[in-house]
Design a protein around this ligand. Structure first.
Ligand code: PLP
Length: 386
């Protein structure tokens, strides 16, 4: 019998049955009062749960589109933007911003570490910036940026719009928009929300909405806040066809999060990450990210000596666990394991057990069950100690 396939890449993540069911529903008119009500409730929940007095946009598209939406609505040609990059996705903002004619400065870290907040602060004193971007979790490195600390530091720079890429963190790592001084936060549905790919979610706090207002007409059309704002405030209005079934799917994901409790969901992600990382380290892998800046949503694991990347990942896939390869200089040297969203104990135990079998087959005869034992021990610790 073939094993069920567990998709443990950093997005798309496993989609719970009840969420799949929403995508399988009969599609109705976007003006149907039932759909309008559902969309409205979704928008309202997202605003309350992530705590902003600003706006939230739920628009068909991916995380990359949301990156573009973030800068297109807050910067104009000739503006200065500081890009803080902790890897591949941090760097993605460089091209997006340069194409739009913004003046780009970049502060980049070594892969695995962060740009110290003090370094960001001194850079900001050199000249006036209109925005700063950072990925909360950079998927290429598994590094979590200290966004709360950056947000606090930014309070002294009134003109700067703080843009946080939450594509690999939102709904898995703690993020409260207004409280943390975030002006724009965005994600895609396929990561820690555990929905299929296809929707972008973007929160724009009051300061970001003010900035949008000051820009007048912007060159972009589809991602213009002002095209979508009337729809977000009254979903019976039309601008461009909403992805009806994905909106329902996201609504179900939010229902699951409410039932779990957002705050508990963050704690669970921390606990899972720690347990997974301890188990994997015991099996001989090295976690790329510095201990103090490790993400809770995924782990980037450098292979022990003698493991062939492609063979190892194929071996995992044959047994039903799909993981992602390393990016950039870490291609062939590392694999990336997502552990975010709606995954449960069955998934975690299976993943570690499968990794143990693949290591065994690759000739590393570590005691079978060692990683699983550590994982279970850590997961049995009570919630308060997570
Ligand atoms: C996945 C990811 C993106 C890109 O999102 P897409 O939905 O693939 O366009 C951007 N930033 C981060 C941090 C990501 O993990």
């Amino acid at each position: 019998m073939k094993n069920r396939r567990l998709v443990m890449i950093p997005g798309p993540t496993p989609v719970a049955r009840s969420i799949q069911d929403q995508m399988g529903r009969e599609t109705i008119a976007f003006g149907d009062p039932n759909f309008v009500r559902d969309y409205k409730e979704l928008i309202s929940d997202l605003k309350t749960m992530w705590k902003t007095a600003g706006e939230v946009f739920v628009v068909a598209g991916t995380g990359t589109m949301a990156m573009e939406m973030a800068v297109a609505n807050t910067l104009k040609k000739g503006d200065n933007v500081l890009i803080v990059s902790h890897g591949f996705f941090g760097d993605r903002f460089i091209d997006i911003c340069e194409r739009k004619g913004f003046n780009v400065d970049v502060l980049a870290s070594e892969w695995g570490s962060i740009v110290p907040v003090a370094e960001i602060e001194s850079k900001l004193r050199e000249k006036k910036y209109q925005a700063l971007t950072v990925s909360h979790v950079d998927t290429s490195t598994g590094v979590r940026a200290p966004i709360e600390e950056i947000g606090r530091m930014l309070k002294q720079f009134d003109e700067i719009i703080f843009i946080v890429d939450g594509v690999c963190s939102t709904a898995g790592e703690m993020e409260y928009v207004d409280d943390m001084g975030i002006d724009i936060l965005f994600t895609g549905t396929q990561k820690a929300f555990g929905v299929a790919p296809g929707l972008a979610i973007l929160w724009a706090g009051p300061k970001a909405m003010e900035r949008r207002k000051s820009l007048g007409t912007i060159p972009e059309y589809y991602v213009d806040f002002y095209k979508w704002l009337p729809v977000m405030q009254d979903p019976s209005k039309y601008f461009a066809t909403p992805a009806v079934n994905l909106v329902w799917a996201l609504k179900e994901s939010v229902a699951i999060i409410k039932e779990e409790g957002l705050e508990y969901r963050f704690v669970r992600h921390q606990k899972v990450a720690k347990a997974m990382q301890m188990a994997l380290e015991a099996l001989g892998f090295k976690v790329l990210a510095d201990k103090n800046y490790r993400a809770a949503t995924l782990s980037n694991l450098v292979y022990p000596e003698g493991i062939n990347d492609v063979e190892f990942r194929n071996s995992l896939r044959d047994e039903g666990v799909v993981v992602a390869g390393g990016l950039g200089a870490y291609a062939g040297k590392m694999f990336r394991l997502g552990h975010m969203g709606n995954i449960d104990m069955h998934d975690l135990v299976s993943v570690i057990a499968t990794i143990e079998r693949a290591l065994y087959k690759a000739g590393r005869h570590t005691e079978l069950g060692k990683g699983v034992g550590i994982l279970m021990q850590e997961m049995l610790r009570d919630r308060g100690q997570a």
